[in-house]
Structures are given as C-alpha cells and as structure tokens.
Design a protein around this ligand. Structure first.
Ligand code: HEM
Length: 385
C-alpha cells in the first residue's frame, strides 16, 4: 500500500516532465523577518477565490438569470435545495473576506515596497485582480433581484452617468438599456459567471507565475534582519502554515455562514417607492460617502459629482502604475505617508458611512495581528546554528 504513491509518481514522471517543477518547489524559500506573516496574505486571497469558484458553480446549477425567476430561484436555493443556504451564505461571506484580504495584501505589498523592480508587472496584475474582485462584487449584488439590489444598482449605475462625455454611453453599456431591468440582470450574470472569471483566471495565472519566477521580496529596511535568519523552506514548512490558515478561514466561513446566513429580503419591484436604506457593499462605501458630501449643481457644464468620480478613476490609474511613479530603489517616506493618508481616508469614510467604529476596530485589529504575529523571532534559527 505504501508503495502506491511512489509508483504513481514514477508513472507520472515517465509521462510528464515533473522534475523541473519538483526542483523549483524544493529550492523555493521564503524570507524570515518580523513581517513574514504578510507573505500568507496572497495565498489566503487565492484560497478564498477558489472557494468562490466552487460555491459559484454549485449556485449556478439552480440559479435562473431572468427578472421573473431570479428571486424565486434564490428563494428555492435558500429553502429547498439541500445545504443550498449554506453554499449561498459561504459564497457571500467568502466574497467579503476575499476582497478584505486583497485590500490587506495590497497594503502590505505597498508598504513593504514589493512593487519595485523587478516586480512591476506582479503589482500591475495584482491591482487588476483587485478591480476585477470589486467588479465581481458589483455584478453579483444584483443577481438575487431583491429590492436592495435593484435600487442600489440603479444608484450605482447612475453614478457612471455623471462622467463627462462618456457618461450616457457608460450607463447604457452597464444597464443594457435605458433602465435597470431584465436586460441588466442577464448582462450582469454574463459578466459575473463568464467574462470576469475568464479575465481573472488569465490575470491570476500571470500574477502567480511571476511570483514563482521572481520569488518573494525582502523589504529594503529588513534586509539586514532577514540575512541573520535562515529563510523558511516553502515546501513543506511555509505551505503547511498556509494550509493551517486556510483551515482556520474555512472554520470562520462556516461559523459566519451559520450565524449570519445570507439575507434575501423582498423581490425587486421597479414601481415601488425608492428603497429607503440604499447602501453599497462596504468596499464601495468610501466612494459612495465622498459622492454624498458633494454639493449639487455644475461648473462649466461639469457636475460637481463628476469631480470625485474622475479623481477615483485617476486614483485607480495611479494605483496601477505605482511602480513607475515611485522611482526610488529604497524605501521612500513620501510614498509611505501618501499610503497612510489614503488608507486612513478609506477606513475613515467607511466608518462614517456606517456611522460605526467597527471598520476602524477591524483596521486596528488587522494591524495588531501583523505587528504581534509576525514571524516569531525567538524561534527562528540563526544561520550556522
Ligand atoms: C485575487 C487577488 C490576488 C491573489 C489571489 C494574489 C495572490 C498572490 C500570491 C499567492 C502571492 C505570493 C504570496 C504573497 O506574497 O502574499 C502574491 C504576491 C504578490 N502580490 Fe498578489 N494576489 C492578489 C492581489 C494582489 C493585489 C491587489 C496586489 C497589489 C496591487 C498584488 C501584488 C502582489 C505582489 C507585488 C506580490 C509579490 C510580493 C513579494 O514578492 O513580496 N496582489 N499574490
């Protein structure tokens, strides 16, 4: 019996050239310093993305993308399909966690300066993955076809209309017509289950291949510290820790899904008075709140509302090209300060949007985990020991 895996490996090795892969995995190491914990964040985002793919495929088996049937099919999933409620709730919670981890991964990669040469393309594909994850969230929000989703999508797509010149075209492109309706639902479904997954898979593959080829970077300020410690072997040491984190994430997902299962509300009714408490998903909240504080009216034919929209667009573009904007080879304090100001703004506006301290507490807790649970140096072995 024990010989079977070895035989299988030999069988495979004759048919597939696995040797280079095995050698690459054997030689891969991870730098050890006080922020080694940050290297688990990309893997965690990846794990949650895979959960999304699996649960999404299961939901597709019962979901019907039409205005007359979407709500009822989700109701059927929640009440009749065995474990349907659990799969839908895990899909929803895992989406939140995936975007949260993508944000934290971005922030740590940014503050560690890991976007610098030669990782410019890794950073750019990473930013694209974040935009894609947000697009997944936006398109998925409408699919249950309930009141909240219907009116929030109306508001969300309306915002695109304020963009000068292309606004009207953008709204029609998003809605698949003049108004949010059955056409919008089919369009969002197409984006959610076909177009976005196809693009994401391509970008993700490039991102991961680059990470493998370039290895993990050591922040310039920690190079001395990392030199004092023996790097951790990726296989099995780092991967086992990765797996441990994924099991914890699975337990957290199951707990959240069981205690707070996905809600459904009431079926969308375009003729009903506008839903009172329209709110976007939390990761759009800082933009939504910024738009809300803008006064009405226009200047030189441009609506005031368009200013933050254009600024956010520009911000996204700058984010994509950060490695080419920051030409420093060592840690630049200007960029660190800019990153801190933007993070504080995003967290602050999110907290303001919810009139709650929870987003601030979550941000502080995340920082504490990174600072307190970085690689425990007490246990790291010095070179030559
Ligand atoms: C779906 C989203 C994403 C997935 C699945 C993903 C996956 C990964 C994985 C598995 C790693 C290697 C482990 C690590 O360093 O954490 C990694 C590294 C990296 N990621 Fe991502 N990532 C995502 C989003 C992003 C974003 C939003 C950015 C930044 C804009 C980014 C930039 C990078 C960079 C620069 C590295 C190399 C880090 C280093 O060498 O120290 N990634 N990513």
């Amino acid at each position: 019996m024990t010989k079977l895996p070895q035989k299988l490996i030999e069988w495979l090795e004759v048919r597939l050239p696995l040797e280079p892969l095995r050698r690459a995995v054997e030689h891969k190491t991870v730098p050890t310093h006080r922020y080694t914990v940050c290297y688990y964040l990309g893997g965690m985002t990846l794990f949650l993305f895979l959960i999304q793919v699996v649960t999404g495929i299961l939901l597709m088996l019962y979901y019907r993308p039409s205005a007359s049937e979407a709500f009822e099919s989700v109701e059927f999933i929640m009440t009749t399909v065995p474990f349907g409620w659990l799969i839908r709730s895990i899909h929803s919670w895992s989406a939140h966690l995936m975007i949260f981890f993508a944000f934290v991964h971005l922030a740590t990669v940014y503050f560690m300066g890991a976007y610098r040469k030669p990782r410019e393309v890794t950073w750019m594909t990473g930013s694209m993955l974040l935009f894609l994850a947000m697009a997944f969230g936006f398109s998925g929000y409408l699919l249950p076809w309930n009141q909240l989703a219907y009116f929030a999508t109306n508001v969300g797509t309306d915002i695109a209309g304020a963009v000068p010149v292309i606004g009207e075209y953008a709204v029609r492109f998003l809605r698949g017509g003049e108004r949010v309706g059955g056409g919008t639902l089919s369009r969002f479904y197409g984006w959610h289950v076909a177009i976005l997954p196809a693009i994401t898979t391509g970008v993700l593959v490039i991102h991961l291949i680059l990470v493998q080829i370039l290895g993990m970077s050591t922040p310039p300020s920690l190079e001395q510290e990392a030199r004092k410690h023996r790097p951790m072997k990726f296989f099995p040491n780092f991967l086992l820790r990765d797996l441990f984190g994924w099991v914890l994430a699975l337990a957290l997902l199951a707990t959240l899904a069981a205690i707070f299962p996905g809600e459904l509300g009431e079926k969308a009714d375009p003729f009903a008075p506008a839903f009172k408490d329209i709110k976007p998903e939390w990761y759009f909240m800082f933009m939504f709140e910024t738009l809300k504080v803008m006064p009405g009216g226009e200047f030189l034919g441009i609506e005031y509302e368009a200013i933050p929209i254009l600024l956010f667009g520009l911000g996204g573009l700058i984010l994509l090209f950060v490695p080419f904007v920051d030409r420093n080879t060592s840690a630049g304090t200007g960029f660190t300060v800019a990153g801190l100001v933007i993070t504080t703004y995003v967290v602050g506006m999110t907290a303001w949007g919810y009139r709650s301290f929870l987003p601030i507490l979550i941000a502080i807790a995340t920082l504490l985990v990174i600072f307190l649970f970085g690689y425990p140096q007490r246990r790291s072995r010095k070179k030559g020991e």
